[in-house]
Design a protein around this ligand. Sequence first.
Ligand code: PLP
Length: 444
Amino acid sequence: MRQQKKPTNVSTKVPPGPLAQKWIARDEKVISPSYTRAYPLMVASAKGCVITDVDQNRFLDFTSGIAVTATGHCHPKVVRAIRAQAGRLIHMSGTDFYYTQQVSLAERLSGLAGGGRKVFLTNSGTESTEAAMKLARYATGRPYFISFMGGFHGRTFGALSLSASKAIHRKRFSPLLPGIIHAPYPNPYRPPKGVSKEACCDFALSWIRDQIFHFTSPEEIAAIFVEPIQGEGGYIVPPENFLSQLSDLAHEFGILLVVDEIQSGIGRTGKMFAYEHAGIDPDILLIAKGIASGLPLGAMVAKQELMTWESGAHANTFGGNPIACEAAMVTLDLVQNSLMQNAQKIGAFLLSRLREMQGRHCLIGDLRGQGLMIGIEMVRNQETKEPAVAERSRIIQRCFERGLLILGCGASTIRFAPPLVIKRAEAEEALATFEEVLTEVEGK
Ligand SMILES: Cc1ncc(COP(=O)(O)O)c(C=O)c1O
């Protein structure tokens, strides 16, 4: 555990301290038990990559609040923009009225997505997905969707119907939306039985073609929803040519390609959007999480010719709130000017050091990632690749106790997703803690 240089009220060695315990007991009485708290962290404040809890314990944040705080916690320029806008206009509902912040942000997002786009502003990733499902049906007049096993697009009924990352998300909520086909996502570390890692991309694309040939006519499929790197499903990086081949397949049949950049976007992979690494041109782009440095904001960015829906077809009260839009404009400046380059640089450093570590630790089965979206898959056996589920939980818990915040994804993967402002010294500190904990959990 990192402690402040002059700790004020640290009374325990291992968090949670006494105040955190009290607050967590109160939380349990009033907060929905459906949340998935990883460990007993009761946050009081945060700055850059450092979080301070209510007992004045300090932690290095390698979660970014689930890949959100791209510019670090409370970046002074973001805070200044929020304060200034809060004194001018807090709300006027962009659905029924005009204000300049929405226009400026939409112009910016259209440009970043290649130009010639129109934007629907939302409050979350799920809502961006939902808007895209509705637009895709509206614009094409087609009923079906394709998404991927392991994919995650949100938790409302529509978005949840596309999602297939964990059964618990769906349990007792059926029937979900009909007309959704879940295709295999190419996972080079875990290709289907009898398929080589080199062939897993062809396998996935052939699977979709078979589906189209035998089961669902392509002219009935509105859109394919895909994450360029699967996030909640395990930070799975598909083979290099997957996205471009999927894009070709979609366009061959007039199917829209919806790229979900909710977790991978806003500089996290070293480019503004992860799809740029593949050189494709999505029909619809989904954004949320990192875009406003922590304020609730999302966007569905579609090619202009697709935005054919009429007034009243889709809207919301809070989407594109002026304060969130201002925070987003500053966030985009910071990410474009230097942070995505930093993500590339520190991401490469972390990955190379983790590769060295892999040689020393049998629990690390696979390492993958782009920029600061890094997945470390833990296995009990390098040959059988049996997921090290309990060990992964133990590592996350012990890292927390030692002052490093990390999160899991997939069955037994750990994600490294620090704020894009992370410095090399902080990366080194995290690596040292992580390796100490690995050694301990491996019982060396
Ligand atoms: C790729 C992806 N899409 C959609 C969502 C849903 O976003 P939100 O939780 O903001 O609704 C998430 C959240 O983790 C995500 O990672």
